[in-house]
Design a protein around this ligand. Structure first.
Ligand code: ZN
Length: 605
């Protein structure tokens, strides 16, 4: 039996944001033990080079120093030794995100990918993890929250924990501090909600809603394959993010997104927070257990490319909001508002006509995660367009099988074929299983919408579900779609074809859209607008000023590009019909089959 790898971590200097870590390798590689830190964290497809926060690394064996040689940016090799190797280092932790580590005098948080070196060749050995409390000077009563199984811990949760192997170790984020902790039971499993940061959350309301959402997802898959589940939430003034794990999730949300006592209908912020919880929880199956073969094999040292993120993030994005309606946390009309916003976001990007969602998945590392001013023109989101493709696949499966098969059937089949037996999903696995369940080839569907850039037939898809659909011009610059009754006509006023923000006294263009008035006139992202027809503009009145341009009229723009004053003539163009509204068609206008399909879609599926 191999000896466990021992890690000891202490929030040793909260004021300096430093964790101290000690690693003991009982049986180091006789050729010299290699140690390496991941370059990225599963679920977030970007090279982050966590090793840049390691410092003061040293090694000893039986009290004598052992030399460490660098092999690359994140890998060390210790001189060969014949007894236990002890490696010590510090990790600087000052990134308040769900992806790395953060430590100050109020709390500590870390992912294993930021703090635990991998012992090359012993990745499958069990790990013993000793998590120590902060120095007593930092204040009293810090507690610990993690899904790492406890071996011998004190009443606050500090002490010895274990992990099955390195993969398990880095899949269990750890929070320590003075947090709120509540729990609820869903599908016979205890779920804990830990909230760090100042808040006045109505935790009773939150637990009631989450229970319904969790049970909706568990019912879809037919089982809940965890013995406990932990939501680790960090509350901030401004911020948003989530990262999925097998039996927990790290979340970052706005204080105002949490429910207050006495709230009736969910606010938009609370609806978004429930959607985030729902999203990460759905990942417990879709991507953490049903996972692409290529990600299953990843050693986290460099990029791993898969064309399947549209399925793992897109289908998850589809179900995260749909589950809010199915669990009755929100009304169907409120759900359609969210779906209309998704359609609007996709429709507004010309990149959807240039990049397929399969390409977007493959290039997530260099494009989706590294978006610049040209992103809306060049790339498409595998989240938003992936969600619409998931909806289209749901509709298509129902229509082809007389409503016997839906996307739920496909997800359950993916779970049974790949997730439950822990078999990686091949690159064509989702498509082949969908065709198998449909009883006919869906190659055209996937070629057109997943591997190609054909416009999605949204009017037909929504009509088949008994949903009214329209695209119209935006009413105002912050019109996200989904909030205009179908009987209201929205005129198309002249627009600039650019996104902008106030920057000091000037208006800075952040994005210039393909074939819009700004691009045609020669304006570029980064330009700082001064005046329109000789009158100073502000972000608050620019859209209105452009809108009053007469048909075929022109406007003179003065702006600064870098430090040069420039002047352009712009011909504002009518606003495109890129804003979506969706609504429930009256029941008496629908076939029985369509009405039945809609009821099934909006309830259990
Ligand atoms: Zn996700």
């Amino acid at each position: 039996m191999t000896h466990p790898i021992e890690y000891c971590i202490q929030p040793a200097s909260p004021q300096a944001h430093l964790f101290n870590v000690e690693l003991r390798v009982h049986d180091p590689d006789p050729a010299g033990q290699r140690l390496t830190l991941p370059a990225w964290i599963p679920g977030s497809y970007m090279i982050r080079d966590f090793s840049r926060q390691l410092q003061m690394m040293s090694a000893t064996c039986a009290g004598d120093p052992v030399a460490l040689h660098r092999l690359d940016k994140q890998t060390w090799r210790a001189e060969a030794v014949s007894a236990e190797l002890v490696v010590s280092y510090q990790v600087y932790a000052w990134d308040l995100s769900v992806r790395s580590a953060h430590l100050d005098t109020t709390h500590g948080f870390f992912n294993g990918t930021s703090v635990f070196l991998r012992v090359v060749g012993q990745e499958h050995a069990a790990c013993l993890v000793r998590i120590q409390p902060p120095p007593t000077t930092v204040g009293e009563a810090w507690r610990l929250a993690t899904t790492l199984p406890a071996l011998a811990v004190d009443s606050e949760g500090f002490g010895d924990h274990q992990a099955d192997d390195y993969e398990h170790l880095i899949d269990c984020p750890v929070e320590m501090g003075r947090f709120t902790e509540v729990d609820f039971v869903a599908a016979d499993v205890t779920h804990e909600m830990v909230i760090s940061g100042r808040h006045v959350c109505d935790t009773g309301r939150l637990c009631r809603d989450l229970k319904l959402i969790c049970e909706t997802h568990a019912a879809l898959f037919g089982e809940l394959p965890v013995s406990r589940y932990l939501f680790l939430t960090t509350v901030v003034g401004e911020g948003y993010g989530g990262l999925e794990h097998r039996d927990s999730t790290s979340l970052l949300c706005r204080r105002d997104d949490l429910p207050l006592a006495g709230m009736d209908k969910p606010t938009e912020g609370y609806r978004q927070f429930l959607g985030l919880c729902s999203h990460e929880y759905f990942h417990l199956w879709n991507v953490k257990r049903i996972r692409p073969q290529r990600l299953k094999d990843a050693d986290l040292s460099s990029e791993v490319h898969t064309e399947l993120l549209w399925a793992f993030e897109g289908i998850t994005s589809y179900y995260d909001e749909l589950a809010l309606a199915r669990s009755r946390c929100i009304e169907p009309a409120s759900y359609l508002q969210l779906l209309a916003e998704t359609v609007t976001r996709v429709t507004r990007g010309a990149g959807r006509l240039k990049q397929s969602v399969a390409e977007s998945s493959y290039d997530a590392w260099t494009k989706f995660y590294k978006q610049d001013e040209n992103a809306p023109n060049a790339i498409v989101s595998y989240y938003t367009k992936g969600a619409l493709i998931a909806f289209g696949l749901d509709v298509t499966l129902r229509l082809l099988t007389g409503d016997r098969v839906s996307l739920n059937t496909l997800m359950r089949a993916l779970w049974l074929r790949y997730g439950k037996p822990d078999i990686g999903v091949p690159e064509d696995g989702v498509e082949r299983l969908a065709s198998e369940l449909a009883g006919t080839s869906l190659d055209d569907f996937f070629q057109n919408y997943v591997h190609g850039v054909a416009e999605l037939p949204l009017p037909q898809w929504f009509a088949s579900m008994g949903i009214g659909f329209r695209l119209r011009p935006a009413k105002e610059p912050d019109d996200k779609g989904g909030r205009c009754p179908p009987e209201e006509t929205v005129p198309s006023v002249p627009v600039l074809g650019a996104r902008f923000r106030q920057s000091g006294d000037l208006v800075e263009l952040t994005h210039v859209f393909d074939d819009g008035a700004a691009q045609s006139a020669g304006l570029s992202a980064g330009d700082r607008l001064i005046a329109l027809d000789g009158i100073q503009v502000k972000a608050t009145n620019l859209a209105q000023a452009v809108a009053t341009t007469l048909a075929n009229g022109s406007r003179r723009v003065h702006l600064l590009r870098r430090d040069e004053l420039m002047s352009f003539v712009i011909h504002p163009k009518p606003a495109p019909a890129d804003t979506c509204d969706l609504w429930l068609l009256p029941e008496d206008q629908l076939d029985d089959a369509v009405l039945k399909r809609r009821r099934s879609w909006l309830s259990a599926g």
